[in-house]
Design a protein around this ligand. Structure first.
Ligand code: TEU
Length: 571
């Protein structure tokens, strides 16, 4: 496009406040901590911060269970500190995107407290209340209105003895789902969003926003899902993912909240299970829904039926998937790009190789891939340092409700506890949630107190202080990649063409701007996603003779890609 939106040249950095930086010594990250580390963000050169939830919350799911949408969690700070942080970011030219969690609230939100108080409550219909299955004894296994399994294990329904019905929660029982069918709910959410935008925030990352429309029968009935193997539950997904009214709701939100705002706000919808075809609709600018979505296809390629069944990733599968997303959103819509976030294991451990020999090179190789695709890159805190999965010794080291609930259910259903634990070590969200490693001091410079989750002992070697002035560090490479996107229009806007789709080690593609874009240029990106040298000259004869724009290693031999070597070349 001749006039691309500002976010098409932007890089977003995700802050998970609990684990970023502790300003007051209670062992939990906070707003004061973020304010103290702004130099790190400026130094990296990011354009936007996405701040995971900082609202008042019982913290059943680390803030994704909100009890007040228009205030700040006291553990994290005050509204005044928030305003100051926003101003400080803006003064540095960095925008702030809030996390919008409106598929569900906390069960301690006043809306739910009111809704729960009586079947006659004026807010009863703000949530999903249903009678027990016919003929079943309320509160006993199998009496739930549907067989759905929660994304955090167990049933999606909790029996409320006092008011005599079940309520729906696709996640934890402390996260009841809002009923978006009710127009009052939608208006309350839009009003809250306008309040934050009027305060100066620059956009929203929308938590599981394709779950807000459920498949409802004519009589208000909800249907059982196909049985999940090895459990007594059914899969809710066909009935809750990208449901019949989701486009209508997002368009309504756009009209009532975003339309006419200058400069344009950034909206990114987190959408588990979304397909390319659906994403085209969500992100087609003419439909006015959201700017981009977080899709989940590429983070599902190394697991089986559930995230707890890991299997080896084939590079050809990864390329086929990401390539299809690049192609599908080339003419309409826009991609978001990520390896990591607060829900995923660490990229260097998962897609790279975190052994001492390859950790730095594989982290910088993955970074090159991330930043050189077409779309908006999202860097998760610590990813820019090559932070790796944590050496969790026992169950007591884990904190995440998803992991802990899974362990309890899997063991109850007969799985071997040691095997369950072994999978948790590679897949648990807690891998992403260990404190950011600022320096080599006892708690990595994260806190003067006792951290809420253990710092990774590898912080003595892997930390921001050690990398800041090292031109070969993972941090320096991220900095260079972000600068490249800002400097070269082709990185932000060029066409994407996948090369060598059948090669299991080399990930190669071109990015091209055409003469009628005013700025003809072609980049060739070649990355060795393996620990074995690759004969580049044989694979891509045109590559060795081209000019190196940016690489992650000194080029020893132009004709050979060293293990995990990544090059951005100019044709
Ligand atoms: O996550 C949505 C989601 O799909 C989760 O099930 C998550 O990706 C899963 O744990 C991966 O196995 C969002 C938030 O990002 C997550 O932190 C919240 O726990 C969840 O919604 C509920 O709000």
């Amino acid at each position: 496009p001749s006039n691309p939106p500002w976010w098409s040249t932007a890089v977003v950095y995700q802050v998970y406040p609990r684990s970023f930086m502790d300003g007051d010594g209670d062992g939990i990250g906070d707003l004061a901590g973020i304010a103290a580390r702004l130099d790190h963000l400026s130094d990296l050169g990011v354009d936007v911060v996405w701040l995971s939830p900082v609202y008042p919350s019982p913290q059943a799911d680390n803030g994704y269970d909100i009890s007040d949408y228009q205030a700040i969690e006291p553990t994290f700070g005050t509204l005044q500190q928030f305003d100051d942080l926003l101003a400080a970011l803006h003064a540095r030219g960095i925008r702030l995107v809030m996390d919008l969690v409106v598929n569900h609230t906390s069960d301690e939100h006043p809306w739910f407290v009111e809704s729960r108080s009586s079947p006659d409550s004026p807010k009863r219909d703000w949530y999903w209340w249903r009678a027990p299955r016919e003929g079943a004894t309320p509160g006993t296994p199998g009496a739930e209105p549907t067989n759905w399994q929660s994304y955090f294990s167990g049933p999606t329904w909790t029996w409320d003895e006092a008011s005599g019905e079940y309520y729906l929660h696709l996640f934890a029982s402390k996260q009841p789902d809002l009923n978006w069918e009710n127009p009052e709910v939608r208006q309350a959410v839009y009003a809250m969003m306008r309040w934050w935008l009027d305060r100066g925030v620059d956009g929203f990352r929308m938590d599981v926003v394709n779950l807000i429309s459920k498949v409802v029968g004519p009589d208000g009935g909800l249907q059982d899902g196909p049985l999940v193997p090895g459990t007594p539950y059914g899969d809710a997904s066909p009935h809750v993912l990208t449901g019949p009214r989701v486009h209508e709701f997002l368009h309504e939100m756009h009209q009532q909240v975003f339309a006419g705002r200058e400069p344009a706000v950034l909206t990114v919808g987190e959408m588990p299970g979304v397909t390319v075809e659906q994403a085209r609709l969500f992100t087609d600018a003419t439909r006015a829904e959201v700017d981009m979505v977080f899709q989940f296809e590429h983070v599902g390629l190394d697991t089986g039926g559930s995230k707890w069944e890991p299997r080896p990733l084939r590079l050809t599968d990864l390329k086929a998937s990401l390539g299809r997303w690049q192609e599908g959103l080339a003419d309409v819509g826009w991609n978001s790009l990520y390896w990591d976030n607060h829900d995923q294991p660490r990229a260097v451990s998962r897609f790279g190789d975190d052994s001492p020999a390859h950790r730095r090179d594989s982290a910088t190789c993955l970074a090159t891939l991330l930043h050189l695709h077409r779309g908006t890159p999202y860097v998760y805190q610590g990813e820019e340092l090559g932070m790796a999965n944590a050496p969790f010794a026992s169950l007591a080291d884990f904190r995440d409700i998803e992991s802990l609930n899974h362990h309890a259910q899997a063991v109850a259903l007969g799985q071997d506890p040691d095997e369950v634990l072994a999978v948790m070590r590679t897949m648990s969200r807690d891998n992403a949630r260990t404190p950011v490693q600022w320096d080599a001091s006892p708690h990595a410079g994260f806190t003067t107190g006792t951290p809420w989750i253990a710092v990774n002992p590898d912080h003595v070697e892997w930390n921001a202080a050690a990398q800041r002035d090292d031109p070969h560090s993972v941090l320096a490479h991220h900095r260079a990649l972000i600068a490249l996107r800002h400097d070269l229009p082709v990185v932000a806007l060029g066409d994407f063409t996948m090369l060598l789709p059948d090669h299991e080690q080399v990930y190669a593609f071109t990015r091209a701007l055409h003469p009628d874009d005013g700025d003809a240029e072609t980049l060739l990106v070649v990355c060795n996603v393996s620990g074995t040298a690759q004969d580049l000259a044989a694979l891509l004869p045109q590559a060795p003779g081209t000019e190196l724009v940016l690489g992650n290693l000194p080029v020893a031999d132009p004709a050979v890609l060293a293990p995990w070597e990544a090059r951005v070349l100019r044709r």
